[in-house]
Ligand binder design. Structure first.
Ligand code: FCB
Length: 453
């Protein structure tokens, strides 16, 4: 059967145009795929509790079963292997391995990640581990969560425990996934767990996330870490909707809140003054020495990129209403923004090698006769890989690129309605089907330019 996603026009970029050690991967996170939410001693996370609140998840779903990956990890790893990727970025569920976030560790939970990591190694897949992809143990939230400085120390204990157990088998450990999302969507707008709506708590949360990152890095180094250590941020270029001074000023501040608030402390040991001033009385409490800890050098920086942001002082700018091509999330498809972003980070900060740790799109897939012809997703991925290549041609040091996501999964407040996978999941039967985008990726990873006709 011809595969419409594999038409010649789309295979513009080839793998051999990248360095031989460039890492190609797929990514997921624990809460979004594992399920088994109460099994084998796992404790509840803030997302388990958040999903119980009425109306917060658009399809009223939860992570109880998700993709049932906890039970199907062997066959899922077989699929990853079949795609020929080098690496799998996954996260550990903190409450699965330490149910209340403090005190006793859960051996059954730890053993699951032993099996998962060993399963990757057996198949020649490099494990890229993330410690915190948002599923904080609920018990820690009951004691104030990330707004409580004690949580920083609980996180460092968790990081050390995970590193002791798996550090010699994984290639990389990222401390946090997207601290901006945890702080702002979780604690300021409250559309994500734990659903708090306070700018002051959000600001304090962001500081504690950053502090825990730096402290964990220092401790893991003391423990002799040999794997690469870093963090993953969600970043976008900010463009003003118009040339008006109001739009320009707001754009600069929004750039500060999303990018400089995280990048400046980590790479310049200071918070950006404009954002600090804007926070006024809501600015976080910081202790002497915190900023030096946050600025602990790292081995890689992960960048998650989906779209640019367009900022208007008057209204919420809407890509669709402005005639732009959008994904099913309503996010503008804007690959050139990835080149712009990577070049800017490389120019403005003394960064280690950059990885695109997430990139992909939700589209309305149709499964028919065992096929999903998701040409839009393939095109999205191809164009973003080309955008990475363009950044490298401008001198940016890039270590790898990972597609979000390996599987369709629980897309947070959107539940199961938004499908980001390159592998389709039928949630009734848990059947997996490689979409055309996965077949394209597989072919891309096998193809060298010599094979092209
Ligand atoms: C990112 C998250 C990831 C997924 C994608 C679509 O913000 O890190 O878990 O939800 O967006």
């Amino acid at each position: 059967m011809p595969n419409p996603s594999l038409n010649h026009n789309m295979i513009r970029v080839t793998k051999d145009q990248f360095p031989a050690d460039f890492v190609w991967g797929v990514a997921t996170s624990a809460f979004q795929i594992e399920g088994a939410s109460r099994e084998d001693g796992k404790g509840p996370s803030i997302w388990d509790e958040f999903c119980q609140q009425p109306g917060v998840i658009s399809d009223h779903s939860n992570g109880d079963v998700a993709c049932d990956h906890y039970h199907r990890y062997e066959s899922d790893l077989d699929l990853i292997e079949a795609m020929q990727v080098d690496a799998y970025r996954f996260s550990i569920s903190w409450p699965r391995v330490r149910p209340t976030g403090a005190g006793a560790w859960n051996e059954a939970g730890l053993a699951f990640y032993d099996r998962l990591i060993d399963g990757m190694i057996k198949r020649g897949i490099k494990p890229y581990l993330t410690l915190n992809h948002w599923d904080l143990p609920a018990q820690l939230q009951h004691q104030g969560g990330w707004a409580n400085r004690d949580t920083v120390f609980r996180f460092v204990e968790y990081a050390k425990g995970i590193h002791d157990r798996y550090g010699d088998r994984v290639v990389s450990i990222a401390t946090h996934n997207e601290p901006w999302v945890v702080a702002v969507l979780g604690h300021e707008t409250g559309i994500f767990a734990p659903g708090i709506k306070s700018r002051a708590i959000a600001a304090q949360t962001s500081h504690h996330l950053l502090l825990s990152h730096g402290m964990a890095l220092r401790e893991l180094r003391k423990d002799g870490a040999t794997c690469e250590l870093g963090i993953v941020l969600n970043l976008s270029p900010m463009h003003a909707a118009t040339d008006s001074p109001e739009d320009q000023a707001k754009t600069r501040l929004e750039d500060g809140k999303l990018l400089r608030w995280y990048m400046d402390p980590m790479f310049k040991a200071c918070y950006p003054a404009d954002v600090w001033d804007d926070l006024g009385a809501d600015s976080p409490l910081i202790e002497a020495g915190d900023l030096d800890i946050i600025a602990t050098p790292m081995d890689f920086l992960g960048v998650n990129y989906y779209s640019r942001s367009v900022v208007s002082a008057k209204e919420q700018w809407d890509a669709r209403k402005n005639g732009k091509a959008v994904s099913d999330m309503g996010w503008e498809i804007y690959p050139e923004g990835l080149t712009e972003l990577l070049v800017r980070i490389h120019r403005d900060y003394p960064v280690p090698p950059l990885f695109v740790t997430e990139n992909g799109g939700a589209f309305r897939d149709v499964l028919e006769d065992g096929k999903v012809h998701d040409a839009e997703r393939t095109d999205y991925i191809v164009r973003h890989i080309e955008a990475v290549q363009a950044a490298m041609q401008q001198g940016v040091r890039m270590g790898g690129y990972m597609v979000w996501s390996f599987l369709d999964n629980f897309e947070w407040a959107s539940g199961y309605e938004k499908r980001f996978g390159i592998v389709h999941v039928d949630y009734t039967t848990q059947t997996r089907t490689l979409k055309d985008s996965a077949l394209w990726y597989q072919q891309f990873l096998q193809t060298t330019s010599n094979d092209r006709t």
